[in-house]
Design a binder for this molecule. Structure first.
Ligand code: FAD
Length: 285
């Protein structure tokens, strides 16, 4: 099923997972998938490492498992900066032959260790190319607090509109900890004529190192009220877990109360986190 069809009827609940680093660990992911899939998400998206065919293979392997063993719709992330058209054609061929219909089309982060190729400069180039050649449902990434390379919000919106005009049918957002950024961002999208579903990405924080890494990596603002919680409980693992869960739940409930199109949970492959969040919203979503 194409994930764009979900939004004709309902809000979505979806998870992001990443492929294990080693082939041997791919077998152990079943315990995680069993719990995640019992929660009946509308789809599970699988991240894609920047460059290197082994990453790609593990993403596709995992997506196949999700689809055929657990009967949940997978969304395969696909980056383009370090690939040429022939390589993207080969990924597309494999995805099609496995019956995978949904792709999150991304540029990918710049990495000095991975050479960039010339065929695709932006995610919108990949989307245009995929749409010309294939019949995938395409999702794109979006950034409620602007992409770190962005010059300003106006240009960011212009580029996002290019991405949607190229064929992105759903937008999945970068994580954020302050819902006001997301609400303003959706408003900006609608003013700019972007009408596709914009799905907020929520990452429940369960340890202090994780949040420091996330804030550095993606530039998400760290509201004072959340900072106080982290400072207070960072040396008490159980308390921080409870506090992180409650904070994420309060974000999600506020988003749902404001009629957003769905929730995309960054699970970090932790089924306990996903289960706890789903229990907290089972009568709401
Ligand atoms: P783009 O849409 O190309 O945007 C990147 C920058 O270029 C932005 O500043 C944008 O404003 C600008 N831009 C866009 N179009 C133009 C244009 N025509 N002219 C000038 N400037 C332009 N990375 C991975 O490696 N693997 C993953 O699995 C992965 N999953 C992700 C999932 C989500 C939900 C999100 C939000 C991000 C994910 N990323 C992943 C990270 C992503 O690859 C990076 O954030 C990357 O730096 C940008 O990717 P993009 O697709 O948003 O790029």
């Amino acid at each position: 099923m194409k994930i764009s069809e979900i939004y004709e009827h309902k809000k979505s609940l979806s998870f992001e997972i990443f492929p294990p680093k080693k082939d041997s660990e791919l077998k152990n992911i079943d315990a995680t998938l069993e719990v995640l899939c019992e929660l009946k998400p509308d789809f599970i998206s699988v991240t894609f490492g920047a460059g290197g065919s082994s990453n790609c293979n593990r993403t596709i392997e995992l997506a196949k498992k999700i689809k055929f063993n657990y009967h949940v719709e997978p969304v395969v992330h696909l980056t383009c900066l370090s690939y040429n058209k022939a390589e993207i054609d080969e990924f597309s061929r494999v995805l099609k032959s496995e019956g995978i219909q949904n792709v999150l089309a991304l540029r990918g982060d710049r990495n000095p260790d991975i050479p960039e190729k010339d065929d695709f400069k932006h995610a919108s180039d990949l989307i245009t190319y995929l749409k010309q050649n294939e019949d995938f449902c395409i999702a794109g990434a979006c950034y409620p607090e602007c992409h770190p390379e962005s010059e300003n919000r106006i240009l960011e919106m212009k580029h996002l509109r290019t991405k949607v005009n190229a064929g992105a049918e759903v937008l999945l957002s970068q994580l954020f900890f302050d819902n006001d950024y997301f609400f303003r961002f959706v408003e900006d999208c609608r003013i700019s004529g972007i009408e596709v579903p914009v799905i907020p990405g929520i990452m429940p924080v369960i340890n202090a190192a994780q949040i420091k890494r996330m804030v550095t990596m993606c530039g998400a603002s760290f509201p004072v009220r959340f900072q106080k919680i982290i400072n207070k409980y960072e040396n008490n693992k159980e308390a921080l877990f409870d506090a992180g869960m409650s904070y994420a739940l309060s974000q999600i409930i506020d988003l749902l109360a404001n009629d957003i199109d769905g929730i995309h949970l960054y699970t970090m492959n932790n089924p306990t986190v996903a289960k706890r969040i789903c229990e907290g919203i089972k009568n709401i979503i």
